[in-house]
Design a protein. Structure first.
Length: 571
């Protein structure tokens, strides 16, 4: 599907969707003339990992809201912890956002762009008696924070003089103290009901090379201090965050109120993060899966990462449509992964090229078909697209069919091939099973012998004769061998985090999440190009893997057809 069609599809969904609460807030602000009638959002990823489907929802939301109201969106990397950040993550994040169909134009920013200004504002708070240097360890500070029902204990360094605090903070910046020996804290209220307001840490000492500022700094701001001020400096009007930041909003506002002397303030608004069944979203847990070898990497097609979904064959349109379907909630909920799969199927049904492949082959011989004869039969490329045309597929005496399409002893309701039964070969003839052979070594059926009705092809005298079943096939002489990777859900329970005491989400890994089969494909599939989407007829949707070559075709299953999930997922 081209970009114009994709945008039209997204627009159609947009026009039929009711307003969400974020849109109501933005429209109310616009009606009041706030921020000069501007809408300016931002997407602020930490460059410490790869983005996943939850981030995709946030990307669609931030960029989509700005687009809807004629505004702008910034891409701002929260690079305030050099020990966890890498240029690799920066580049992968930019690639993911572009792939999803969004652009930040020239508005690419970094929290590190503001390190000098943030430092000067920190000195301002010290001079006003609103921040102090604490010599306690992180463990001591944590113990003294108190509980929800009991107030915290004031640090013994809380009442240092302005002059001493300023001197110590400047010496922290100069690198005079060991890492972890001192922090700068805001002086707010150690009895505040919101524990994040109990003298939060603003700066810590970290001796690590920063991927942008090098070794210029050895003190780094905390997210809660840097975030609101960065929004302010960029003119952000609506700082849209996931729900876990709701408790951080009073601190976000406190820093702005202490430091800014204008009426303009960015507004933080929270929405429920995306929780998806049969999936984990924690960066820590995704990293564990990669590091411990449970998956092949961040782009493993079983991973919920955007690069993994892209490699599996998901389309940006399907993810955007999924994000639109699930809407924006105020409270946490869990979305069934089947809705995401439905969005993928819906999109691929319109765009995927139809091809024939046999994943579990058994040989079929048409005994009354002339030996050495080859016919090239027309096959539809996509019934959903009248302009897609047809391609010729070779038909001959010996064919491969799916082993599951034959039963030596048929059960009730089985409408495929069995001794004495008839089926239509897709795009070809009606055949009748006469007999079969068993492999004495394996005990499995190894060859099926049939006869065909020469008049049952399109245009023949018996072309309209009805049979109950239609199966797909590939000519043995023309088939290409291929590796097909059958991906299933990575976990075998809806909530992998639901584990008994002492257990682990690892315990819920699905042992059948990947099966690799040796398949046969029609000749046209050997010429597949990277980025093309295919429906293997009757089997599902497939996508050429990055490992694909014409000499060794490799396909990933993107998603099953609805009626073949059980058969190929091993259920």
């Amino acid at each position: 599907m081209n970009s114009e069609k994709a945008n039209a599809e997204d627009k159609s969904l947009e026009n039929t969707s009711p307003r969400n609460f974020l849109e109501e807030i933005i429209e109310e602000d616009l009606n009041k003339g706030k921020n000069g009638g501007r809408v300016h959002t931002r997407f602020p990823p930490e460059p410490n990992g790869y983005l996943h489907i939850g981030h995709a929802k946030s990307i669609c939301l931030n960029f989509g809201l700005a687009q809807k109201y004629g505004g702008l969106t910034n891409l701002r990397f929260d690079d305030t912890n050099p020990t966890k950040e890498d240029v690799e993550y920066v580049e992968s994040i930019k690639e993911d956002i572009r792939w999803l169909g969004f652009s930040w134009d020239d508005r690419e920013y970094y929290a590190s762009d503001y390190f000098q200004q943030l430092y000067e504002w920190a000195e301002k708070l010290i001079k006003e008696g609103k921040a102090y240097v604490d010599d306690q360890s992180a463990e001591e500070i944590s113990r003294q924070r108190g509980t929800i029902t009991t107030p915290g204990i004031e640090s013994p360094y809380r009442n240092r003089s302005v002059e001493e605090n300023l001197d110590l903070f400047r010496r922290m910046r100069a690198g005079e103290f060991p890492e972890g020996s001192r922090v700068l804290r805001a002086k707010i209220d150690m009895a505040h009901p919101n524990m994040l307001m109990r003298d939060p840490i603003m700066y810590r000492i970290i001796y690590a090379h920063h991927h942008r500022t090098g070794d210029k700094w050895c003190i780094y701001p905390m997210y809660d201090y840097a975030h609101g001020q960065s929004d302010y400096l960029e003119g952000i009007t609506h700082s849209i965050c996931t729900l876990e930041f709701e408790i951080h909003r009073p601190l976000y506002d406190w820093f702005l109120d202490q430091l800014m002397d204008t009426e303009y303030r960015p507004r933080q608004i929270e929405f429920a993060r995306l929780n998806l069944s049969y999936t984990v979203m924690s960066k820590r847990k995704l990293l564990q899966l990669v590091k411990e070898g449970y998956v092949s990497g961040w782009d493993d097609p079983r991973m919920p990462t955007i690069c993994g979904l892209r490699r599996r064959g998901y389309t940006p349109e399907s993810i955007r449509n999924f994000a639109d379907r699930i809407g924006v909630a105020r409270r946490d909920n869990v979305i069934d992964v089947s809705l995401l799969e439905f969005s993928v199927r819906e999109n691929l049904n319109k765009r995927a090229i139809r091809r024939l492949a046999v994943l579990n082959p058994v040989k079929l011989v048409i005994e009354n078909y002339p030996e050495g004869q080859v016919e090239y039969l027309p096959a539809v490329n996509n019934p959903e697209d009248p302009e897609s045309g047809t391609r010729p597929i070779p038909f001959a005496r010996e064919l491969w069919i799916e082993r599951e399409d034959f039963l030596a002893e048929p059960v009730k309701g089985f409408h495929r091939l069995f001794p004495g039964g008839e089926v239509r070969l897709k795009y070809a003839y009606i055949i009748k099973c006469e007999r079969f052979e068993i492999d004495p070594q394996t005990g499995e059926v190894c060859t099926i012998y049939c006869t065909y009705d020469p008049q049952s092809k399109t245009g023949g005298a018996t072309a309209n004769r009805k049979v109950k079943g239609t199966i797909h096939w590939i000519s043995v002489a023309h088939a290409h061998a291929a590796e097909v990777r059958l991906y299933d859900r990575l976990f075998n329970v809806p909530d992998p985090d639901d584990v008994p005491e002492g257990g682990s989400f690892i315990d819920h890994l699905n042992p059948n999440s990947l099966r690799v089969v040796s398949a046969y494909i029609e000749p046209a599939l050997a010429e597949a190009r990277q980025g093309e989407h295919f429906q293997f007829e009757r089997l599902g949707y497939f996508f050429p893997d990055y490992d694909f070559t014409p000499e060794k075709p490799v396909f990933n299953r993107t998603v099953t057809l609805k009626d073949t999930w059980a058969k190929f997922a091993g259920k």
